[in-house]
Design a binder for this molecule. Structure first.
Ligand SMILES: Nc1nc2c(ncn2[C@@H]2O[C@H](COP(=O)(O)OP(=O)(O)OP(=O)(O)O)[C@@H](O)[C@H]2O)c(=O)[nH]1
Ligand SMILES: [Mg+2]
Ligand SMILES: [Zn+2]
Length: 286
């Protein structure tokens, strides 16, 4: 007897799978394979009352991941929206935001940015300034204080499977706890089961917000490697560059010091924010 399910928690080779009837299985993959991610749709075969083996993997609609020259790190499967969580404190890396956005654009996901902890006035002006280039590029920036009221994000999550990503300490799990009534209890339960028990999130977990909204909490990121993107995919990942792509004098232009560069012309004209251009150059390996 086999059943279809969704991976709702992923920790190493241990997974929690939710069956279509809502029941939960502690599942391990058959064989050596372990490249499953939270959000993956799988087929399982029960091996005990609440234990199962993953025997089949279904095709993905999307896969959000980061990579360096040697390996890939899966973040979430089948999501159609990425929510990049930043905060007024501690100071966040805006280059990391550009990296996450480029990965999301590559997968065709909608991307929005949260500015959390607006109740801490100290860093607010600086954080808004750091996010202005993303607003200018057309990304929505949703301001909130998750500890006080997470409702500003709710309508953005409707009809989506979203993943929250960001640096550690930005408030992703606080946001989840505010949106999902039993999330804190479940987080504790899973942490105990998987023997982590720490406050900081150590593995991805999927939560149901209602009929048509689900959201995945993910561990804090320190870096977001994009070794899997070609130069062309990277420039496409900067959405405000798109109107100029293919218009540089040289077809292999790296948008650096080449004469007749259409991207640089937009930067000089003030139509593309210089900061975003700097991120692009840094990621392209200038
Ligand atoms: N003042 C204030 N503090 C907040 C807010 N949201 C979260 N925090 C605090 O920020 C700290 C980090 O919050 P978490 O939710 O654990 O952050 P995280 O992004 O899940 O961190 P990782 O799991 O390590 O990636 C906690 O002490 C929270 O109480 C907020 O809106 N206002
Ligand atoms: Mg967390
Ligand atoms: Zn160019």
């Amino acid at each position: 007897m086999s059943a279809q399910g969704t991976i709702v928690a992923a920790h190493g080779r241990h997974y929690e799978v939710e069956g279509q009837d809502g029941c939960r299985w502690h599942a391990v993959p058959r064989g050596k394979r372990s490249d499953y991610a939270c959000g993956d749709r799988v087929v399982i075969e029960p091996t005990g009352t609440d234990e199962a083996r993953i025997v089949e993997h279904q095709a993905r609609d999307s896969l959000l991941y980061r990579s360096d020259a040697h390996r890939q790190k899966l973040i979430a499967a089948n999501v159609d929206q990425i929510v990049i969580v930043t905060a007024t404190q501690p100071t966040f890396s805006d280059e990391l935001v550009s990296r996450a956005l480029a990965a999301a654009e590559h997968e065709g996901m909608r991307a929005i940015i949260v500015l959390n902890k607006t109740d801490l006035g100290d860093g607010l002006a600086a954080a808004r300034q750091r996010l202005a280039p993303f607003k200018a590029a057309g990304y929505a920036v949703v301001e909130m204080a998750a500890r006080v009221d997470a409702s500003p994000l709710r309508s953005w999550l409707e009809d989506h499977l979203s993943v929250l990503v960001g640096q550690s300490g930005m408030g992703k799990s606080t946001l989840i706890n505010a949106l999902v009534p039993d999330a804190a209890a479940r987080t504790r339960e899973i942490s105990t089961a998987l023997d982590s028990g720490k406050h900081t999130t150590t593995h991805a977990t999927l939560y149901r917000l209602g009929e048509d909204a689900s959201v995945i909490d993910s561990p804090g990121l320190q870096e977001f490697g994009l070794a899997h993107l070609t130069f062309g995919e990277l420039e496409w990942g900067f959405r405000e560059f798109r109107p100029t792509l293919g218009q540089c004098r040289f077809h292999d232009c790296r948008h650096d010091a080449e004469p007749g560069c259409a991207v640089k012309a937009l930067v000089e004209a003030g139509d593309v924010d210089r900061r975003r251009y700097e991120h692009f150059r840094a990621i392209a390996g200038a």
